[in-house]
Write a protein that binds this ligand. Structure first.
Ligand code: BES
Ligand code: ZN
Ligand code: ZN
Length: 513
């Protein structure tokens, strides 16, 4: 889809459909609507007067213009109260418009800059609008022979900015929005692709293609190298599968000082999680193709960092393997040795994410990172605790938490901090090894998401670290009225949050007050 920004009167624009963002207002507002040219203002005023339309968030109303104005159609979309406008309302409203336009089979449309006149700057508004539009139109259609009605045929969107002086900023914002949305869609594509099509080898191949495109350094470690390095966590999990495991390492250098220590992004890359010998029940097991969502999002965020030329150095580390119950699979009670030497008693082979991430995080220390951030669909317990809209956040570093919380708020990718601390160490204590991977081999039990985070914490030493448990947020089954821009399937959760975080990563964590 091509996205442009222009300035001029909405009523004179030659377009199939003009979407117009309207703040919620009094039906007796009169005929002059602030920020609108008179003819479109009249249409809106009539709709408000009849109370057919109030401007409440995500409400839409379509009009045909009968030649009275140049656009063939006018689509009003409600933005809610002006004083309460959050950026996510713009994202949602843009998504609602895009879905409505898609259903009309219109290939080209224009839209006012949704939220113009509010306290948000035009570049951020344009960025957010483009995100909402592109993310709402996303569909996973790779394996369909016949394109279904779910696929969008929209080819062009023109964002209409009232003030010509703001056009440059709106254009820059729109372009950023496009890059960000493309990264989210990349994450969704990687995560949506089923286990037979996205094996660890294929995931590594995808990374190879992407790294060429974005000129990133890439290392892929295969079975033999993993054995040489002593990556017992990844190898242990991979034993039940005939697919060979990979450790994928991508490097991006964008900091003005190339010696600046990188931020390590580590993502759980279980391309399918059957549980191993601690086999999962078959109900909904197909959802475990999404167990690579953490990997998908850190890979996509790294690509976006390159496209957006963010001024940070990154090392993106993805341990990738299947977790299957083959004849050579690791068994409950087995003891493994992680990269770096720590030993662990594997009491439940379905708690495999922490095993591969232990190696991945330990390996990231070789890069002397200034911070480690990992994303993982780690525990069902986190879904029980926080549901589908909020990820669990665990960290050893308050300032890093504050930054992440700020980015979460700005992007509406919600997080909620849960504790880690020495008082929980008992829960991962083992008689036979340095630690164990679960508290109890039977399901349930206390503090499941915290235990998993405690396990990861064992590997980070003193480095500022944050772990996002995205088990609840990584995919969704339902269309949500509010979250118009999140269709069913993989959500790409975390990509927007990480990009926001990295964009604002100017000062050292240590230097910040
Ligand atoms: N990939 C799952 C976690 C998961 C479960 C994500 C449901 C999303 C939805 C993970 O590998 C797992 O199986 N965890 C176990 C841990 C348990 C054995 C301690 C879980 O959460 O049940
Ligand atoms: Zn598992
Ligand atoms: Zn898993």
């Amino acid at each position: 889809m091509r996205i442009l920004a222009e300035s001029g009167d909405l009523q004179d624009r030659k377009t199939n459909l003009m979407a117009v963002g309207i703040f919620e207002q009094n039906p007796k507002v009169g005929r002059s609507i602030s920020g609108l040219d008179p003819k479109i203002g009249n249409i809106v005023a009539d709709a408000l007067a009849t109370r057919d339309f109030s401007g409440s968030l995500n409400q839409v109303q379509l009009f045909y213009s009968h030649g009275e104005i140049t656009p063939k159609r006018v689509l009003m979309v409600g933005l809610g109260k002006k004083s309460e406008l959050e950026l996510d309302s713009v994202r949602q409203a843009a998504g609602r418009v895009a879905l409505t336009v898609k259903n009309l089979s219109v290939r080209e449309f224009s839209s006012s800059l949704l939220g113009e006149g509010s306290s948000h700057s035009p570049d951020v508004l344009a960025q957010t609008m483009v995100e909402g539009t592109m993310l709402a139109l996303y569909g996973f259609q790779k394996f369909k022979n016949k394109p279904s009605d779910h696929i969008s045929s929209i080819e062009k969107l023109t964002i209409m900015v009232r003030k010509k002086s703001l056009l440059t900023r709106a254009r820059k914002g729109a372009l950023d929005g496009k890059h960000i949305a493309e990264a989210v869609c990349l994450s969704r594509d990687l995560a949506n692709t089923p286990g037979n099509r996205m094996t660890p080898t294929r995931l590594a191949e995808e990374c190879r293609k992407l790294s060429r495109l974005h000129r990133l350094n890439l290392k892929i470690l295969g079975n033999n190298q993993l054995i040489k390095l002593g990556m017992g966590g990844i190898l242990g999990v991979a034993r039940g599968s005939s697919e060979s495991p990979k450790l994928i390492i991508l490097e991006y250098r964008g900091a003005s000082e190339s010696s600046c220590p990188p931020i390590a992004l580590v993502g759980k890359g279980i391309t399918f999680d059957a549980g191993g010998i601690s086999l999962k029940p078959s109900g909904k097991m197909e959802e475990m193709k999404f167990d690579k969502s953490g990997a998908a999002s850190v890979i996509a965020a790294t690509m976006a960092a390159a496209t957006l030329k963010l001024k940070v150095n990154l090392v993106c580390i993805v341990p990738a393997t299947e977790n299957l119950p083959g004849g050579s699979a690791q068994k409950p009670g087995d003891i493994i040795r992680h990269y770096g030497g720590k030993t662990s008693e594997v009491l439940n082979t379905d708690a495999e994410g922490r095993l591969i991430l232990g190696d991945g995080i330990a390996y990231s220390l070789e890069y002397k990172p200034q911070a480690i951030i990992d994303l993982a669909t780690l525990t069902g317990a986190c879904v029980v605790a926080l549901g589908a809209v909020t990820a669990g956040l665990f960290s050893n570093h308050d300032r890093l938490v504050r930054r992440i919380e700020k980015s979460a708020k700005a992007t509406s990718e919600r997080v909620w901090r849960l504790p880690v601390g020495d008082e929980y160490l008992d829960l991962i204590k083992s008689e036979a090894a340095d630690m164990r991977n679960v508290f109890s081999s039977s399901p349930g039990g206390p503090a499941g998401a915290i235990i998993a985070a405690m396990y990861l914490r064992e590997f980070v030493g003193d480095i500022p670290w944050a772990h996002l448990d995205i088990a609840g947020t990584a995919w969704t089954k339902s269309d949500s009225i509010e979250r118009t821009y999140i269709p069913p399937g993989a959500t790409g959760y975390g990509v927007r949050l990480l990009i926001h975080l990295l964009k604002g990563w100017s000062v050292d964590l240590g230097d910040e007050s």
